[in-house]
Design a protein around this ligand. Structure first.
Ligand code: PGA
Length: 255
């Protein structure tokens, strides 16, 4: 296994936090702290913040992402946002299938797949989230579930499109709880994801795909998590709302 084959990506997921003005201010604060980073730096922000965030990030190494995308190109889908609206606004990445979307907004493996295809067809990079609940882990289904979710999400994704896919392993029990998976648990979960990709595309291609860990990653635990062979980056919630903490994680990814 060789981490050098895949780019390290640290992505913030701001969730439903920050107004446009607050977003611009936080990005201004982050810019000098993450300048020259040895990994890709992405901030996924609320849709309404996108124009302000893109403007604030101009000329820096920070790329802006969205937190969701609809799978249709246009039409009567009140409240939804299409992929070409995001690209035109300067968005480069989009989070898909976050466990909060699965839990609170009836997201299914099928809609995760459709959204992934829509994002990729529009030229976006997809950050697809998978992860088991505590109950599923305790029942011994972690490997089965992670492989199933990964394969469902990637159905009909071509080898070429896979170059624009990041999978984020986020154990549901670790998100926003302060309970982080141990580095070994994160490595094992990410390994199951990579094994599922290998079963679909072959081992060599699976080695090139960035697999992030997410779930209470913070300035204190990032270095250990990111030292694991299968952990190629992080999807960061709470700690991405603080410029100092986020930049420590970004630096840990470059080590
Ligand atoms: P957290 O969120 O870092 O606040 O646990 C991670 C995520 O939901 O992506």
């Amino acid at each position: 296994m060789n981490k050098a084959k895949r780019p390290a990506v640290i992505a913030g997921n701001w969730k439903m936090n920050k107004t446009p003005a607050e977003a611009a201010a936080l990005i201004e604060e982050m810019k000098p702290l993450v300048a020259g980073a040895d990994c890709k730096v992405v901030l996924c922000v609320p849709a309404i913040d996108i124009p302000a965030a893109v403007e604030a990030a101009k000329g820096s190494n920070i790329e802006i992402g969205a937190e969701n995308v609809h799978f249709k190109a246009s039409g009567a889908y009140t409240g939804e946002i299409a992929a070409n609206m995001l690209t035109e606004a300067g968005v480069k990445y989009v989070v898909i299938g976050h466990s909060e979307r699965r839990q609170y907004f009836a997201e299914t493996d099928q809609t995760v797949n459709l959204r992934t295809l829509a994002a990729l067809n529009a030229g976006l990079n997809a950050i697809v989230c998978v992860g088991e609940t505590l109950e599923q882990r305790e029942l011994g289904y972690t490997e089965t579930l992670l492989k199933f979710q990964t394969k469902m999400a990637l159905t009909n994704v071509t080898e070429e499109q896979l170059k624009h896919v990041i999978i984020a392993y986020e154990p549901v029990w670790a998100i926003g709880t302060g309970v982080t998976a141990t580095a070994d648990q994160a490595d094992e979960g990410n390994g199951y994801v990579r094994a599922a990709i290998a079963e679909m595309y072959g081992k060599e291609i699976a080695e090139t795909v960035t697999v992030q860990y997410g779930g209470s990653m913070n300035a204190g635990n990032a270095e250990e998590l990111l030292s694991k062979v299968n952990v190629d980056g992080g999807l960061i919630g709470g700690a991405s709302l603080k410029a100092g903490d986020f930049s420590v994680i970004v630096k840990a990814a470059g080590k």
